[in-house]
Ligand binder design. Structure first.
Ligand code: PLP
Length: 483
């Protein structure tokens, strides 16, 4: 039977067809990245709500279709609705940068298509993950308590939001002697983070059943960093009124302005009051690959848990959050349930990690492959090279802002983020941002700092170079000159 008749009979794509279609898919991706360079697309999609759905057939096809037809629709129907996160002119939010080695690692993961919920369901999926996360401890010079050889260890989660949720759940159980898991949350537990922390902390607090009224948003200083004395004051007041403080989230690199909370002081307070300290370094953590930037983690040795996102600034395709705990037993005791159908010898012997016990979902992909692929391709040297490039571009951009007296910095520039504004009304700044983004040549986002609207220039794309940042600044100046 030839290849095509076999396919017609079984409806499956044969391996020969897969090879052909796979080459087309890789070519399509490579072409897409080449086109991003030529500014073929508006960076921010111009699609209107419902437009993409309206272009799709109302019903699923009854008869099989060719992969080439799907690729044609990628061009005609999907790309117009894509905001180009991998464009060198994407400066919005924080990057979710990618790389060809990351894509290839993800492809291998899709190819193997294992489900690594238990060590036994694919030992390599678990062991490569533990190993690569141990590598990262060394690469970022993180405290040794996070290494899997001791009492701690790392796991890949889908997002920093999920990592913080797991930290909150483990903290809740540690503080209540595991009674909350058994009986529900009965005690008036209280958590703390700064007013600049990411919104995911509030969401997690709700999900964990703590109640958002029991999350205190601690004041920040002029640099937008948490004030430790305000934290101390808030938690002592809560204690006096009979509540149980249990959790603090400190941020290394806040979302609005990349401010860094003082981990040493916050950690000391947490130790004194037996609170769990989680450190959220979602975007900025990657900076610690460079020895000269490791100050961002001063005091991290006092943390119970830590996370950063290689899927933001470490060229590893979304999703990939590295989450570490100093005491894995508390996390596992919080999340582990062992039904009969998951029992197996390796688990019973207790000599392996079953990563299903380290996060909320049971199932898990082989995500460490993309991280492994990125780290092996670039090496630590290559990664550092690109981070330093981004830092230099941000430094240069901040200098340009300061040298144009129509503009001002809205926060001290931090790492690869520059927050800036026109010395004018919020209305004028919003108008500037809207015009820039509608033009399609770049994409910036905004925040509010000290009550004022500010534009954020976040430089972390894989392919962004000086010429892109120069063009961006020229465009910003020109657009600001329009009435
Ligand atoms: N924490 C910080 C400081 C962030 O900036 C972000 C997102 O930008 C998050 C958490 C949430 O990240 P994720 O999408 O991985 O949940």
């Amino acid at each position: 039977m030839d290849d095509s008749s076999k396919a017609t009979e079984t409806f499956h794509m044969t391996s020969a067809e897969f090879r052909r279609a796979g080459r087309q898919a890789i070519d399509w991706i490579a072409d897409y990245y080449d086109l991003l360079e030529t500014r073929e697309f508006p960076v921010l999609s111009r699609s209107c709500p419902g437009e993409i759905r309206a272009s799709l057939p109302e019903h699923a096809p009854q008869a099989p279709e060719q992969f080439s037809a799907l690729l044609a629709d990628m061009n005609a129907k999907i790309l117009p609705g894509v905001t180009h996160w991998q464009s060198p002119d994407f400066y919005a939010y924080f990057p979710a940068n990618s790389s060809f080695p990351g894509i290839l690692g993800d492809l291998l993961s899709s190819g193997l298509a294992v489900q690594g919920m238990l060590w036994a369901t694919s030992p390599a999926c678990t062991e490569l993950e533990s190993h690569v996360l141990d590598w990262l401890v060394e690469m970022l010079d993180l405290p040794r308590q996070f290494l899997s050889a001791g009492r701690g260890g790392g796991v890949i989660q889908d997002s920093a939001s999920s990592a913080a949720l797991c930290a909150i759940l483990a903290a809740r159980e540690r503080a209540t002697g595991f009674a909350s898991n058994a009986e529900g949350v009965r005690q008036p537990l209280v958590a703390y983070t700064s007013s600049q922390a990411h919104s995911s902390i509030e969401k997690d607090i709700k999900v964990a059943g703590i109640g958002s009224n029991n999350l205190r948003l601690i004041d920040v200083d002029d640099n937008f960093s948490m004030q430790p004395q305000a934290l101390r004051h808030a938690l002592e007041e809560d204690k006096i009124s009979g509540r149980l403080p249990f959790f603090v989230c400190a941020t290394v690199g806040t979302t609005s302005s990349l401010a860094i909370d003082p981990l040493l002081e916050i950690g000391a307070i947490c130790r004194e009051h037996h609170l769990w300290m989680h450190v959220d370094a979602a975007m900025a953590g990657t900076a610690a690959l460079c020895p000269e930037l490791r100050y961002i983690h001063n005091g991290l040795e006092l943390a119970d848990s830590y996370c950063f996102n290689p899927h933001k600034w470490m060229f590893t395709n979304f999703d990939c959050t590295a989450f570490y705990v100093a005491d894995r037993k508390t996390l596992i005791d919080t999340l582990s349930i062992l039904p009969e159908y998951l029992r197996n010898q390796a688990t019973e012997q207790g000599s392996v990690f079953d990563y299903r016990d380290w996060h909320v979902p049971l199932g898990r992909r082989f995500r460490s492959l993309k991280l492994w692929s990125v780290i092996r391709h670039y090496g630590v040297e290559g990664l550092r090279f690109h981070l330093r490039r981004h830092l230099e571009l941000a430094r240069q951009f901040a200098e340009w802002v300061c040298s144009d007296d129509r503009f001002e910095l809205a926060a001290p520039p931090s790492l690869n983020l520059v927050c800036f504004r026109l010395k004018s009304s919020d209305y004028q700044n919003e108008k500037l941002l809207t015009r820039l983004n509608h033009g399609g040549q770049l994409y910036l986002s905004h925040t509010r700092l000290r009550g004022k609207f500010a534009l954020r220039m976040s430089i972390g794309q894989t392919t962004t170079e000086l010429r892109h940042v120069e063009a961006a600044w020229r465009l910003i100046q020109k657009t600001a000159s329009r009435d």
